[in-house]
Design a protein around this ligand. Structure first.
Ligand code: ATP
Ligand code: MG
Length: 714
C-alpha cells in the first residue's frame, strides 16, 4: 500500500525547478495549504547524502519490506558478532488471534552492544576520536573523552559492578543527570550483560521507588546533587527516600554507588549510609583549570574509600544472545502503573544504528548534539547507542537550554561546531517566543541537519526552525517514534525527499504503517484514522517487564493483527504522514473528530501566539467543545480583540467547526519533564474540576497550574 503511494510521488521535480518553492517559503508567500508546501533539500545536499533521491529510497524501501531478512542481515553484518545468528533472521507472531505475541530478531547470534560501540570503533582506528564532548550547566565547565578514554572508564565501572556481584541479566537502576557518567554507566551494564534501567533524574522519590520495586536492581547508581539552571537538586536525598520506601516493600538494595558532582555540592555534605553507599571517585574537578586532577589527600568525611578508579581499564565482554535484554525503560505512565518497556540487544543495535545513519544522513565528520536526557528513550537510542555505534562524536549537555540565557543552544552549537542538532518542538517554540535576535547573533554555520521529536511540530515552528535556526539551509528530520518502537518509524531521509513542514513524511526502511478506522479496517489513500504498524521491525520492544499480558492488551488487542501506536494520523494525497496527536486527545465536536495538533498549529501560526494546548470540554449542544490554552509571545498583552483574532485564525485554517469555544490565557503550560504538554491536567482545569488535578509533582514546573487557575475567568 505504502509502496504505491511513494511510487506515485517518485515523479517529483528535481533540479533548479525546486528552488522556486523554497523561495516562496522564505518570502513567506501564501501557499494553498500546508500539504502543498514542499521544501527541497539543496542539490548539493542530496548529491552527497546516503539516500539521494526518492528513487533510491524506493529501491531500498521495497527491498526492506519484500525481503526483510536479507535487508536487515546485510546491515547487521556490519557489526561484530561473536557467533552468527541462526538460519532464520527473524520470527514473529504479530497477531493476537493466533496466540502469544512474539518478536525475535537475529536469535542465536551472540554479540555485545558495548563492544560494537567502543572496541569495534577503536579497532578500526578511531580510538583517538572524541566520543563525547561534555558541556556542564555552567558555561566554561566542560571536558571530553576519546573512544579510548571512554572504553577505559566503562571497563573500570564494569569491573566494579562485576565485583559487587552484578551478573548477566541482573538489573541496575541509574538515576543520574546528564553527566558523562550516565552513558558510561549504561555502557558498563551492557558490557557485562546487565540490564540497565535509567530513571530520569527529575522523577520524585516515589516514582523512583515504584520503578526499583518493579525491577529489583542489584545496584543503584546516582550522584549527590545537580545544578539545573540556577537550582540545585539533591539527588542522593531523593534516592535515600526511594530506597527507604523500597525496603519497606521488601526490596533492599545492597549498593548505592554515588558520583560526586562537586560543582553542585561537596561530598562532606551528603548523607551517607555506611556499608551501602559508595563514592564512585576521588577525583576533584578543578574548575579553574578545566581538568581533572587527583587530590590524593582528599579523604571524604564518611570514611569510605573511593573505588571505581582503582579497577583495571580493560574488562572482558559478556557475549549475549541477540534476544537477551539490554534495558528496561519505564514510560512516563501518565495513567496507572508505569510500563517497563523491554528492549533486547541485537535488533535494537541494528535498528538504532541504521536509523541514526540514514535519518540524520550521518557522516564521520559530523558533530552531533541531541538535547534529550538519557532518562528518555531518545537519550538511549540517539544520545548513546545509535551515535556511538556509528563512531560519532556526541555532545552531552548537562544544563538547561535557556541558562544562563536563551542563546545557550547556539553558543554550544558554535563552540563544538555542531552539524546535526536534534531537539523537541517544545524547545523550538519556547526559543521562537524569545525572538530571532538570540539566534542570529550566533554563527550556526556548522549546522547541516536539524531534527525534531516528541510531539507534532507545528508548521509555523517548523518554518522558524528551518529559516531562522538553519538559515533555510538544513533539512529537518521530524522523527515520529516511541519508547516502544526503539527507533525512528516515520522520518524524513533528508537528502531523498522534499519535506512538508509539520509532516514526518515517510516510513523508515522495514516499517509498514497502516491507518485503520474504528473497526480496525485498513484505509487506503488519503485518509485519517488510527496509526498502526503491520509486521515487526528489529527495534520493536519485546514485552512489558513482568507483564506480557499487559503488553498484548495495550498494544496488540485493539486492532488484531497490528501494533497499535495510540496515535492518530492522516495521510495526504502525496502519501505523506501527518501525526495528529494521541487518540485519547481527539476531540469530537458535533461528530467532527478533531486532532488537538491541528487546532494548536492553527493557533500557533498566529504571529502573537507562542504556544497553545487544546482540550475537549463537555458541551450541551456539540457534545464536546474546544477549550484552548494560549501562551502569547513575550510582551504581548491579553485583549478581547486578540482573542477574536486567534479564533479567526482557526476558523480560516481549519473551519468554523473547529473554532475554540474558550481561549484561556496561559503564562505557561503544564509539561512533563520531557517537555510534553500534560493535557490530563488541562482537561481538569477546563472543566473546573480543580480538586481532581491528581499528582502534579511530576510536572517540570508545578507552579504553572496555580497561575492557570488564577487566570481561569479572565
Ligand atoms: P507514555 O506512553 O508513558 O504516556 P509518551 O508516549 O509521551 O509517554 P514516548 O514514548 O517518549 O512517551 O513518546 C512517544 C509519543 O510522542 C508518540 O506516541 C507521539 O504521541 C509523540 N511523538 C513523538 N515524536 C513525534 C513526532 N515527530 N510527531 C508527532 N508526535 C510525536
Ligand atoms: Mg506513549
Amino acid at each position: 500500500n505504502h509502496l504505491r503511494h511513494v511510487e506515485s510521488m517518485a515523479h517529483l521535480p528535481s533540479g533548479a525547478g525546486r528552488i522556486t518553492r523554497l523561495n516562496a517559503l522564505i518570502l513567506g508567500e501564501a501557499l494553498a495549504s500546508e500539504e502543498d508546501d514542499l521544501v527541497f533539500p539543496s542539490e548539493d545536499f542530496s548529491r552527497h547524502s546516503h539516500v539521494s533521491s526518492p528513487h533510491k529510497y524506493l529501491e531500498m524501501y521495497r527491498r526492506s519490506v519484500q525481503d526483510p531478512a536479507g535487508f536487515w542481515s546485510d546491515i547487521a553484518s556490519e557489526f561484530y558478532w561473536r557467533e552468527k545468528w541462526s538460519q532464520q533472521v527473524y520470527s514473529e507472531n504479530f497477531d493476537i488471534r493466533k496466540g502469544k505475541i512474539k518478536i525475535e530478531w537475529f536469535k542465536g547470534g551472540m554479540t555485545n552492544i558495548c563492544y560494537n560501540c567502543l572496541d569495534r570503533n577503536i579497532e578500526s582506528g578511531n580510538g583517538d576520536k572524541i566520543a563525547i564532548y561534555w558541556e556542564g550547566n555552567e558555561p566554561g565547565l566542560d571536558t571530553s573523552l576519546t573512544y579510548n578514554q571512554l572504553l577505559a572508564r566503562v571497563c573500570q565501572l564494569a569491573n566494579y559492578l562485576k565485583d559487587v556481584g552484578v551478573r548477566k541479566g541482573d538489573a541496575v537502576v541509574i538515576y543520574l543527570p546528564m553527566l558523562m557518567e550516565l552513558p558510561i554507566a549504561m555502557l558498563a551494564c551492557a558490557r557485562i550483560g546487565a540490564v540497565h534501567s535509567v530513571v530520569f533524574a527529575g522523577f520524585s522519590a516515589e516514582s523512583l521507588a515504584q520503578r526499583i520495586i518493579d525491577c529489583r536492581p542489584k545496584v543503584v547508581i546516582t550522584c549527590n546533587a545537580v545544578r539545573r539552571g540556577s537550582k540545585i537538586i539533591y539527588l542522593k536525598d531523593i534516592v535515600d527516600s526511594a530506597l527507604l520506601e523500597s525496603a519497606e516493600n521488601g526490596i533492599a538494595i545492597d549498593v548505592c554507588l554515588t558520583w560526586e558532582n562537586d560543582s553542585a555540592m561537596k561530598k562532606e555534605m551528603t548523607k551517607w549510609i555506611k556499608g551501602r553507599d559508595i563514592w564512585w571517585q576521588m577525583f576533584r574537578r578543578v574548575i579553574a583549570c578545566m581538568i581533572y586532577v587527583q587530590n590524593s589527600d582528599f579523604v571524604n568525611g564518611h570514611g569510605c574509600l573511593d573505588v571505581i578508579l582503582k579497577y583495571p581499564v580493560t574488562c572482558d565482554v559478556e557475549w549475549v544472545d541477540a534476544e537477551d535484554p539490554l534495558f528496561l525503560l519505564y514510560t512516563s505512565g501518565s495513567t496507572g502503573k508505569p510500563k517497563g518497556v523491554m528492549h533486547t540487544t541485537g535488533g535494537y543495535m541494528v535498528y538504532t544504528a541504521s536509523t541514526f545513519k540514514y535519518a540524520f544522513d550521518y557522516k564521520s565528520t559530523d558533530i552531533y548534539w541531541c538535547t534529550a536526557d538519557c532518562g528518555w528513550i531518545t537519550g538511549h537510542s540517539y544520545v548513546t547507542y545509535g551515535p556511538l555505534l556509528n563512531g560519532a562524536t556526541v555532545v552531552v549537555f548537562e544544563g538547561a537550554p535557556s541558562y544562563p540565557d536563551v542563546g545557550r543552544c547556539w553558543d554550544i552549537v558554535d563552540k563544538y561546531k555542531v552539524s546535526i542538532f536534534y531537539t523537541a518542538p517544545t524547545l523550538v517554540r519556547s526559543l521562537m517566543r524569545e525572538g530571532d535576535e538570540h539566534v542570529s547573533r550566533y554563527s550556526r554555520k556548522s549546522l547541516r541537519v536539524l531534527g525534531s521529536v516528541g510531539e507534532p511540530i507545528n508548521p509555523s515552528a517548523w518554518r522558524w526552525f528551518f529559516n531562522v535556526v538553519g538559515d533555510a539551509r538544513c533539512p529537518i528530520s521530524d522523527t515520529w517514534w516511541q519508547t516502544e518502537t526503539g527507533g525512528f518509524m516515520i522520518t524524513p531521509l533528508p537528502g531523498a525527499w522534499p519535506q512538508k513542514p509539520g509532516s514526518a513524511t515517510f516510513p523508515f526502511f522495514g516499517v509498514q504503517p497502516v491507518i485503520v478506522d474504528e473497526k480496525g479496517v485498513e484505509i487506503e489513500g488519503e485518509c485519517s484514522g488510527y496509526l498502526c504498524v503491520k509486521g515487526s521491525w528489529p527495534g520493536a520492544f519485546r514485552t512489558l517487564y513482568g507483564d506480557h499480558r499487559r503488553y498484548e492488551t495495550t498494544y496488540f488487542s485493539a486492532f488484531p493483527g497490528y501494533y497499535f501506536s495510540g496515535d492518530g494520523c492522516s495521510r495526504d494525497k502525496d502519501g505523506y504522514y501527518w501525526l495528529t496527536g494521541r487518540v485519547d486527545d481527539v476531540i469530537n465536536v458535533s461528530g467532527h473528530r478533531i486532532g488537538t495538533a491541528e487546532v494548536e498549529s492553527a493557533l500557533v501560526s498566529h504571529p502573537q501566539c507562542a504556544e497553545a494546548a487544546v482540550v475537549g470540554v463537555e458541551h450541551e449542544v456539540k457534545g464536546q467543545g474546544i477549550y484552548a490554552f494560549v501562551t502569547l509571545v513575550e510582551g504581548v498583552p491579553y485583549s478581547d480583540d486578540l482573542r477574536k483574532s486567534l479564533v479567526m485564525a482557526v476558523r480560516n485554517q481549519i473551519g468554523a467547526f473547529a473554532a475554540p469555544d474558550k481561549i484561556h490565557w496561559a503564562p505557561g503550560l503544564p509539561k512533563t519533564r520531557s517537555g510534553k504538554i500534560m493535557r490530563r491536567i488541562l482537561r481538569k482545569i477546563a472543566s473546573r474540576q480543580l480538586d481532581e488535578l491528581g499528582d502534579t509533582s511530576t510536572l517540570a514546573d508545578p507552579t504553572v497550574v496555580d497561575q492557570l487557575i488564577a487566570l481561569a475567568d479572565c
